[in-house]
Structure formats: structure tokens, C-alpha cells
Design a protein around this ligand. Sequence first.
Ligand code: NAI
Ligand code: MG
Length: 367
Amino acid sequence: MSNPSILILPGDGIGPEVMAEVRKVISWFGAKRDIQFDVSEDLVGGSAYDAHGTPLHDDTMAKAQEVDAVLLGAVGGPKYDALDFSVKPERGLLRLRKEMDLYSNLRPAQCFDALADFSSLKKDVVAGLDIMIVRELTSGIYFGEPRGIIEEGNERVGINTQRYTESEIERVARSAFELAMRRGKKLCSMEKANVMESGILWREVVTEVSKDYPEVELSHMYADAGAMQLCRWPKQFDVIVTDNLFGDLLSDAAAMLTGSLGMLPSASLGAPMANGRPKALYEPVHGSAPDIAGQGKANPIACILSFAMALRYSFDMGTEADRLEAAVEKVLADGVRTADLLGEEGVTPVSTSEMGDAVVEALDASL
Ligand code: NAI
Ligand code: MG
């Protein structure tokens, strides 16, 4: 069998800086675990616009459709702010998500003990937290028709439409149940079935899908109550599945329970390919951070943990994913901090590259 393939799209700003550290990790797996990946690299976002006049070249799009996983850094930056909407860096990322049909967005909220003090919540509320929010990513109110701003009588009316088909709900529900099976076998579905018909259908379809997963304990919660519960006692959850709009808000809120933007990975998954692996794109939650780009200050952990998600969800290498996450945990427990993680007095921050080296050393120590 051929090696699993990865397309790396470093992008703009700190994207290439954090991706260089992921490269070190990938090399480590090749050298020390004899796990080889076929890695190719290409441009996305502003860097692609500079080279080709488009934020995502058709050839790059075609490559992304073929590989087992795409690993993306970040796109955008002030240099491109004045560009026409149609060629803005973000359009490259949106095109990837759309054409790969990545409907299931996985956003973990995980609290590393060493960083529990960073949370805005009490330490015992977040210590040991490990939950996963699954957000529907390709439908719902951000895409529904009709939409627009129209004139009605003597005033303007802004219109967006929440619209979900049964099959759209079913496929994201299925992906959440599959995930729950690999984790704590607990799934909470969130909508507003009390005031929205799309929420009523959501609840019905999720309940139907649950019959195929009798081992998973399913609960339903109104999304507003869910928001409260996430802040009050997040550890009651394991996997949460919700629509595009609620998922946007809930995953951002949950992420902040655990601290810095520089720590947060994500995965966007689509339908299974011929080899059984899902179409997949992995990326840190943060952007291109132009304020610190080029200074060696960026925290590479979000990008490294995104690669750990790739190991787990694209390559079925859960043990190696555990190993990489444990290495990150060890580095943090040892007090290694990039500038964004500083809190304690008297700690000198390490550079992006030094953080990557520390993770590789911790990987070595795991053997
Ligand atoms: P941002 O996430 O780039 O930065 C927000 C703040 O967090 C900045 O102060 C930054 O220095 C800090 N930060 C972010 N990642 C960090 C890391 N790994 N290590 C240390 N500090 C980190 O969001 P912002 O400033 O709103 O957007 C900057 C550019 O990024 C814009 O052009 C925006 O459109 C783009 N963007 C791209 C995204 C993507 O590629 N998925 C997502 C969000 C924004
Ligand atoms: Mg958001």
C-alpha cells in the first residue's frame, strides 16, 4: 500500500512559521516510528494570489481533492485587505471547504492542566476538560435562500434563511455519532426546536440516526440552555453536535474556556473517499496573526495539534495521536511557554522554533 498523502498549504503570516514546526514532527514520525507520509506543498491565500492572481489555483484544488489530508496554516493579512472580494485570501479557504464538501467541523475544547490558570473559569471547572463540538459547516443560515437586503414599504429588510434538508442533518449527525463511539459514547444535540421548525426536524433526524448507535447515550438541549451549561459545568459534555450558526458561537465560546488561540486545532471532514478515509482539512483555529508574523513568536501548538487530529481521524493512528498530544502536554507541564502563554513571573518565552524542538524532544522521550 502507498504511504498516506498530505498536502501542506502554509498560507500567509504565521502560517509558514507554525507549519515549519509541524514539518519537524512529521519528519520525527518518519525517522523514529517509520511512519512515512507523501508530503507535498502548495500555495493558498495571499501567497497564492501573489504567485497566480488567485487565492487558490485550480491545480491546487485538484491536488486537495486527491490527497488523504490537507493541512492548512492560515490565510490573510493587511497586505490583501484592499483586494476585490472575489480574490481575497479567505476565498481560497472557502473554496477548499466548499468543493471538498467538508460538512463536519470538529472543534475540540481541551484543557491542559498546566494552562488551567489561563481560563476565565475556576480551575476545577476546566481542569481535565476534554469535549468536542461538531458544527455543521456547509448549510444552514449562512447559505439558505432567500437572502439579501430588500426594500419593503418605506424601509429595508435584511433576510437570511435557515434551511436544512434531512440528508444534511443525517450526515453530520452520523459523523458525530461515529466520533462519540470513539470517545465517551455520549452525544448532546443542540438546536432550538422550541422556536424553529428546522430545529424540530434536526431533533427528529438525530433521534432516527441514534437507532444505529444504541451504545451512544443521546441527549437534546436547546442551544441557549447549552450555552449556559457550557459555562457552568462543561465537563458534563463529551460530544456536542449542532448547526452552523449555533456551532459557530458555541465552539468559539467553548474554545475560550481553555485559554489561548495559539492552542486550538480543528478538523473539517467530508464524505468517505474510495479508500474509506473522509475528505479532510486540518487547520489551527487562529488566523495569520500579522501583528507577530515574521518575529518567531507564534505558538505552533495549534497547528501541531491539528496534525495530531489528522493522525487520529484520517490515518487511524490513534496511538500516535495520543503520543503527540502527550508530548505537547509534557512540554507545557515542563513550563515551556511561547509569548502568548506567558502568565507567570520570571518565565522567558521560547521562540516558535524552540517550541517545535521541545515537542520533538518530548516525542523522543516517549520512546
Ligand atoms: P488572528 O487569529 O490572526 O490573531 C488574533 C490575535 O491572536 C493576534 O493578537 C495574534 O497575534 C494572536 N495569535 C493568533 N494566533 C497565534 C499563535 N499561534 N501564537 C501566538 N499568538 C497568536 O486573528 P485576526 O487578527 O483577527 O486576523 C488576522 C488575519 O488572519 C486577517 O487577515 C484574518 O482575515 C485572517 N484570519 C484567517 C483565518 C484562517 O486562515 N482560518 C482565521 C481567522 C482570521
Ligand atoms: Mg467563528
